[in-house]
Design a protein around this ligand. Structure first.
Ligand SMILES: [Fe+2]
Length: 154
């Protein structure tokens, strides 16, 4: 299983680079942006696969790695930033965007921001409650709190 995740890490990284290279030749800004966005997500997946492999390779990985109060406070600020982003994007969508491509991309951003907000909020709670990351049930709540209802800010 760990071998599989290490393989996925490499595959995603290679794929991300290929997409990035292909995007360079694209003139259409929408197509270029979508390809680059998918490429960056693939780089992100590669990084996440690496952590998954690490989580599964040791019995108690990262258990002694404390998160400082200083960083925790910074996460608080990032959570506020995400809230602000959600508000701004929701308002833009509520005003109405007639360009369908622009509307689609704004909705994609909003979906990411809602997820970022839920993710950072729960991780911060885990730090405060000193939950063990590998075992915390709070991970299940992130999905519930970031459910995408398909309507702006919904
Ligand atoms: Fe965000």
């Amino acid at each position: 299983m760990i071998g599989f995740f290490i393989k996925m890490k490499k595959l995603e990284k290679e794929y991300a680079q290929k997409l990035k290279d292909s995007a360079k030749e694209v003139k259409n800004p929408v197509v270029k942006a979508v390809m680059e966005a998918v490429s960056q997500d693939s780089f992100k997946h590669s990084m996440l696969y690496e952590v998954i492999a690490e989580l599964l390779s040791k019995e108690h990985p990262f258990i002694s790695e404390e998160v400082s109060e200083h960083i925790r406070k910074e996460i608080d600020e990032h959570i506020s930033t995400e809230s602000e982003m959600i508000k701004v994007v929701s308002e833009a969508l509520e005003k109405g965007v007639s360009n369908k491509a622009a509307k689609f991309l704004l909705e994609a951003i909003l979906r990411d921001e809602v997820f970022h907000h839920a993710l950072l909020t729960k991780v911060n709670e885990m730090i405060i409650k000193r939950e063990t990351f590998s075992e915390s049930d709070m991970w299940d709540l992130i999905w519930k709190e970031s459910v995408w209802h398909g309507t702006p800010g919904g």
